[in-house]
Design a protein around this ligand. Sequence first.
Ligand code: ZN
Length: 271
Amino acid sequence: MPELPEVETSRQGIEPYLLNQTITKVLIRNPQLRWPIPNNLTKQLKGKTIQAINRRGKYILIQIDKGNLILHLGMSGSLRISDPETAFRKHDHFVLTINHDKQLRLHDPRRFGAVLWQTGNPLKHKLLSKLGPEPLSEAFNTDYLYETNRNRKVSIKQHIMNSHIVVGVGNIYASEALFLAGIHPKRAAGRISKQRIEKLVAAIKQVLNAAIKQGGTTLRDFVKEDGQPGYFKQQLNVYGKTGDLCLVCGTPVKQIIQGQRSTYYCPQCQR
Ligand SMILES: [Zn+2]
């Protein structure tokens, strides 16, 4: 599933081809995504100039005139810049032609992605309006996370994966950040000292920044016809490493299920 670093890499990958360019054609090859693609979209987009490409959480916001095209990659979505002559792939569901000579194609085999429109401020869209702060922003800091933790009995892993608390900390990055901070994933959020929360905030920023940096090396893949753009695995310490020896203490990495998702941790290093 594309996580925040993949979405940010996708944003950076498509930006140079879209910014200040004109949309000359809109093609909806299959409107049945997670929600139907609005049928007035062509009217909103055709002939308009793209003014900015932003990201909020895992949503890509393409700013046009008086509104924003909102894209979400769902479980299996990816974006690619193609020449219009290149044959479509089976799951290329949504296509924007840019200046008659390039196309942005949304490919999504499982169709959990979304293509939406919001007139005016995109952050007022109901999917975006209640999101917590961006993890890499100043607003996500020790004081903030400590305050949201107060008296919470929910596990710290589920707490940091809650998009109302902070956006974009997916399963991989939650496991890795808790390992770096030495915090047991099942520990109640409200029972962690401020000092340890400070470590956790730093660890979340560190793992996400490292993944985005790694993703930067894949940017040219957005215009290659072979290979899948924007997906990458950074060096992981615990995620997917059940039974491997912890690189710090040599204890076998454990796997448990929390909220229907696998969690990986070192039972010795994480308390
Ligand atoms: Zn360990």
